[in-house]
Design a protein around this ligand. Sequence first.
Ligand SMILES: Nc1ncnc2c1ncn2[C@@H]1O[C@H](COP(=O)(O)OP(=O)(O)O)[C@@H](O)[C@H]1O
Ligand SMILES: [Mg+2]
Length: 330
Amino acid sequence: MIQPVLKLINLSKEFALSHSFSALRSGKLLAVDKVSLEIQPGQTLGLVGESGCGKSTLAKLICRLESPTSGEIYFKGAPLHALAGEDLRKLRHGFQPIFQDPFGSLNPRFTVFETLAEPLRLFGFPSGPNEVSTLLSTVGMGPELLFRYPHQLSGGQRQRLGIARALAVQPELLIADEPLSSLDVSIQAQVLNLFLDLKDKLNLTVLFISHDLRVVSHISDTIVIMYLGRVMETGPARELFQEPRHPYTQALFKALPKMAPGRNRQRAFLQGELPTPINPKPGCRFHSRCPNAAPICLQYENELEAVSATHSVACCRWKQLETLNFATAP
Ligand SMILES: Nc1ncnc2c1ncn2[C@@H]1O[C@H](COP(=O)(O)OP(=O)(O)O)[C@@H](O)[C@H]1O
Ligand SMILES: [Mg+2]
């Protein structure tokens, strides 16, 4: 059996609320709640959910920038959740983050050359001008940019530099947290195409995080839909388009402008804001916004149930709900 590059088992992160955070609220904020998933070599998994549903926290847990409250993280079989210090450092080059805001994650005092030479040197790779120029060319940038500072680059160039820096240490897994969100719409397509090229050329495994289902559907083999820290539905991208089963997934598809021409023009979408993840009540997390909610939905939290060998949904009423096919969409 092929070993997944990344495997999460019941991964959870609770933040304790301090008094300064809110004098009236006490208790726990469940940012990530028993998330299990795996990504096979060379595959791209798209993680989608509204802002605040725990996507960045999940990315930070995987990169071990935050420690999990419970659960397990395996990178090529190595238990990252149980490692620290030198043992963790030795594996770090294998999984690299790409952040939403390249400006915030690049050192403003480093030129392009220094930004890329530093990780090469740190991980023992040759770090001369030739190596750095080659690396820069893999993200479509020329050597004339080598001695520019981040503020002298465009938004798209800065994100390309962020991607080059992640690639410098030859990772197998990229964890890209909203890598397009800070870019102009016209540049987003270029950087998305760069991801598509790179993942094929370098045989990368990618966790691609976005609040935008359309972006994720372009790049992903598998999609995971997250809501208030929990996985609501997961399956191959194609199967999810053909048969989204969770009312939340269906609402996300319906909200996409051209997804169902002539049929769902009303753009039905979710009413109200995302509820708070503080001290969540029993029952399905989505029930307060679900058009299909019934009394049973308040009784217990749904575990993922198999719709097919590869497709699972966490909704106790999925068998009674209409399926909608969005596969004809552009
Ligand atoms: N360090 C922290 N302390 C307390 N709460 C946090 C912290 N980081 C994130 N949160 C909360 O966890 C939830 C998930 O946040 P986040 O992972 O950033 O979501 P997303 O990336 O999907 O927008 C939010 O309610 C956020 O306020
Ligand atoms: Mg985020």
